[in-house]
Design a protein around this ligand. Structure first.
Ligand code: NAD
Ligand code: UGA
Length: 440
């Protein structure tokens, strides 16, 4: 099928490449000229495992092309995915400026039937607004008696991929959700995803949009829940890892998303929780449960900082080594990463920060000032008064802890991801603090 994808970010680029891989002809549009130039040369502007190889393959077999022209993309395709950003406004609302802009541009370039599909995460009822925007902006020459000479459909197809495993998630979806208003739209979307043989959930547009809100809110709630359990574990001398394991074997609960730590970050959970709270408020429901989820997440970082301040005694002029800057492993994304907040607060208290991350240093250099970036974990540890683990990269799991211990000024580790849960760092000469574990 001829498909256009508008937006070449994490979701748009991964979707474009994967849709081309499963046999479609995809034209991917972005306003960022430099990004499009790089993509045409098979250079991926983000770190996402497996993406560059697939991009090369799909460019070579000519199933994927890139452009900055939404006009060209609209004319050449029947299905058009909108995958642009929906960031938070100051008040927490989703900013739909990019979505509206794209809807208008698609409309003015339409000359035959198109299915316009929201893939960006948007508040419920956005589909209705997209449809109205397109209707109002269709070229006048195609209007007859105030009706368009051809029809079009709007559909919702929320995306559930995770950064760091985006290609795998797109190719092996737990489910594909489609919100549609016509059989024609349903058939097109079923045909698009057919090669993946997914479990399809077909519903109306509002319900599809709600499934995305509810899924991200539930996952964020699960993380905050285990973080509250971690807090109590610390007070009563229990181990949150054993508690999560014990809970996780219950099939109704499941072990996933029960990792206590420094709280959730990233470009999605924080903004999507805010947006759902705002949407609920506007519709007359005070979503106190989600407000608490958000508060617990903020408190979790603060509590980790209190632990550091308590155990370090004096933070001023201490050299603090940061292992991990990305908001999770296998990505270079630092949007709302716990590490960025924690570093900024420690700097404001006079700490000297050194940092290392396998992939996120270039992005971190854009936002952090006065940080010394190390070339590997050993260079990082040298001369540090303590180490903070803020992203659980595989690369950090099996370090030579003897070497690290000997090179540090004070051998203290604050493990914000419980990465070294099995390592017994105490016996290797470290003072070791995890999250939700027994405190010394
Ligand atoms: P992103 O910021 O990485 O990418 C957005 C892209 O859209 C940018 O490249 C930008 O230049 C482009 N863009 C903006 N306006 C445009 C226009 N008028 N025409 C063409 N291109 C335009 O965003 P993202 O992380 O890919 O997220 C996109 C949406 O998908 C968001 O709503 C997000 O919540 C949702 N989502 C993200 C993820 C994820 O893991 N990142 C997962 C599921 C859903
Ligand atoms: C999340 C969802 O998992 C995806 O399904 C969804 O498509 C995406 O948001 C989105 O809507 O954009 P992502 O943010 O890429 O994906 O990554 P996650 O693996 O969900 O992690 C999010 C944050 O939660 C990370 O900071 C991670 O460290 C944290 N987390 C995750 C925990 O603190 N504990 C856990 O048990 C799991």
């Amino acid at each position: 099928m001829e498909i256009a994808v508008v937006g070449a970010g994490y979701v748009g680029l991964v979707s474009s490449v994967c849709l081309a891989k499963i046999g479609h002809h995809v034209i991917c549009v972005d306003v960022d000229q430099e990004k499009v130039r790089q993509l045409k040369l098979a250079k991926v502007p983000i770190y996402e495992p497996g993406l560059e190889e697939l991009l090369k393959e799909c460019l070579a077999n000519k199933r994927l092309t890139f452009t900055t022209s939404i006009k060209e993309a609209t004319k050449k395709s029947i299905a058009i995915f909108i995958a642009v950003g929906t960031p938070s406004k100051m008040n927490g609302d989703a900013d739909l400026n990019y979505v509206e802009n794209v809807a208008r541009q698609i409309a003015v370039n339409m000359d035959s039937y198109k299915l316009v599909i929201e893939k960006s995460t948007v508040p419920a009822e956005t589909g209705k607004r997209v449809k109205r925007t397109i209707r109002l902006n269709l070229p006048r020459k195609y209007m007859k008696d105030h009706k368009a000479a051809f029809d079009f459909d709007v559909a919702s197809n929320p995306e559930f991929l995770r950064e760091g495993s985006a290609v795998h998630d797109f190719m092996n979806p737990d489910r594909v959700v489609i919100g549609v208003e016509s059989k024609k739209a349903e058939k097109i979307l079923r045909d698009i995803y057919k090669p993946l043989k997914p479990k399809m959930i077909v519903t109306d547009i509002n319900s599809a949009e709600m499934i995305k809100h509810a899924s991200n809110s539930f996952l964020a709630t699960k993380i905050s829940f285990i973080n509250t359990i971690a807090q109590v574990c610390e007070h009563v001398g229990a181990d949150v890892l054993k508690v999560a394991e014990g809970m996780g074997y219950d099939k109704r609960i499941g072990r996933n998303f029960l990792d206590a730590g420094v709280g959730y970050g990233g470009s999605c959970f924080p903004k999507d929780v805010d947006a759902f709270i705002r949407l609920s408020e506007r519709s007359g429901y005070d979503y106190r449960l989600l407000k608490e989820v958000r508060r617990v997440n903020e408190e979790q970082r603060k509590s980790f900082l209190h632990l550091i301040e308590d155990k370090m005694w004096i933070v001023k002029n201490k050299v603090i080594g940061i292992l991990g800057l990305a908001f999770k492993p296998n990505t270079d994304d630092i949007r709302s990463a716990p590490a960025i907040d924690i570093i900024t607060i420690l700097q404001s208290e006079g700490a000297k920060i050194k940092a290392y991350d396998p992939k996120a240093i270039p992005n971190a250099q854009q936002v952090l000032k006065g940080v010394t970036f190390a070339k590997d974990p050993y260079a990082l540890a040298k001369g540090c008064d303590c180490l903070l683990v803020l992203t659980e990269w595989d690369e950090f799991k099996n370090l030579d802890f003897n070497k690290i211990q000997l090179s540090m000024k004070q051998a203290i580790v604050f493990d914000g991801r419980n990465l070294y849960q099995d390592k017994d760092l105490d016996s290797l000469g470290f003072e070791y603090y995890g999250v939700g574990r027994k405190m010394l």
